[in-house]
Design a binder for this molecule. Structure first.
Ligand SMILES: Nc1nc2c(ncn2[C@@H]2O[C@H](COP(=O)(O)OP(=O)(O)OP(=O)(O)O)[C@@H](O)[C@H]2O)c(=O)[nH]1
Ligand SMILES: [Mg+2]
Length: 288
């Protein structure tokens, strides 16, 4: 694994605050929904999560299954199951597998709640904490579970700003939280996070992010390069490749010169909007 840490000073203060608030509220919580992106099951997992949530019962929820490379991501499901996690792979866009979350939650909580009842404690709702890095779909998950729009969502990091309790039904309530990350990012993880919109692209040099995306596609998904960008291989000098793509897509300014910023935006948007999909950027073999 690449141990280089990016030295960019980017860690926003509100993330430290969110972590503190989660620590303060953790004793109220029965179960934790740890949300990660199925396209990066390693890079999108909070590094110091155990420190934050202690040994609470948890469900690892992988979102965006509609956008991931299922073959690769299923290896990650096994990887985490072997480590003892309860894992659910869900597609929040098309509402697939979402009802399994509440069923599993009830199963996991049954014994505890029965015992509490026997002890004469008042019946109360199960309290679930939703936690994850930015833009993985935490608020979308809440809206799906509640079956209406109660939380703001958006296809960019940092939409949710505060912690808030949301009642799902008379059995369960959820605590939505803003996305959190950690101050120093491993370089490879940082590029995955920037490529798949979990940190603002501008945090890293945008040309490097796009080069990373194209080289990753060339290595893992060469057919996508051919189908979408009509190119067989990435040039050693990435500018030449951007030039070719720019000409094909008409990203041209006056005088027939390629507008590189437009090419960059095109590629970033292809990932954001899911035109480029069925991709998983973390390789399980790197971590076994
Ligand atoms: N295709 C697809 N898109 C999804 C899925 N889940 C979430 N999204 C999209 O991902 C984007 C981010 O969703 P949010 O729910 O705002 O993410 P969040 O984790 O709450 O983000 P922050 O509040 O910024 O931390 C939105 O554009 C969602 O529509 C999914 O399973 N599939
Ligand atoms: Mg949110």
């Amino acid at each position: 694994m690449n141990e280089n840490k990016t030295n960019i000073n980017w860690y926003p203060g509100h993330m430290a605050k969110t972590k503190r608030l989660i620590k303060e509220n953790i004793n109220l919580i029965d179960v934790v929904y740890e949300v990660i992106d199925a396209r990066m099951p390693y890079s999108s997992k909070i590094i110091d999560i155990d420190e934050l949530i202690k040994n609470k019962t948890r469900i690892l929820i992988m979102t965006k299954s509609d956008l991931c490379d299922l073959e690769k991501t299923n290896k990650w499901v096994k990887y985490y199951e072997n480590k003892g996690y309860n894992v659910l792979l869900v597609d929040l866009e098309h509402n697939k597998n979402v009802n399994k979350i509440l069923t599993l939650t009830n199963d996991l909580m049954k014994e505890k709640f029965e015992k509490d009842e026997q002890k004469g404690m008042l019946k109360r709702r199960i309290r679930a904490l939703i936690i994850g890095i930015p833009n993985v779909g935490k608020s979308t998950l809440i809206n799906r579970l509640v079956s209406k729009k109660v939380a703001n969502v958006g296809n960019k990091p940092g939409v949710t700003k505060n912690l808030s309790w949301i009642r799902v039904n008379d059995k369960i309530e959820l605590l939505d939280t803003p996305g959190i990350l950690w101050p120093k990012l491993d370089e490879k993880n940082a590029f995955n996070l920037a490529s798949l919109t979990a940190i603002k692209e501008e945090v890293l040099p945008i040309y490097d992010v796009v080069e990373y995306i194209l080289r990753k596609l060339e290595k893992e998904y060469p057919n996508m390069l051919k189908e979408r960008y009509k190119i067989e291989a990435i040039d050693e000098d990435i500018v030449e490749t951007l030039e070719k793509i720019g000409k094909k897509f008409g990203c041209i300014v006056k005088g027939g010169i390629v507008d590189y910023d437009k090419v960059i935006t095109l590629i970033i948007n292809d990932i954001k909007t899911g035109i480029i999909k069925n991709i998983t950027f973390d390789e399980v073999s790197d971590y076994e």
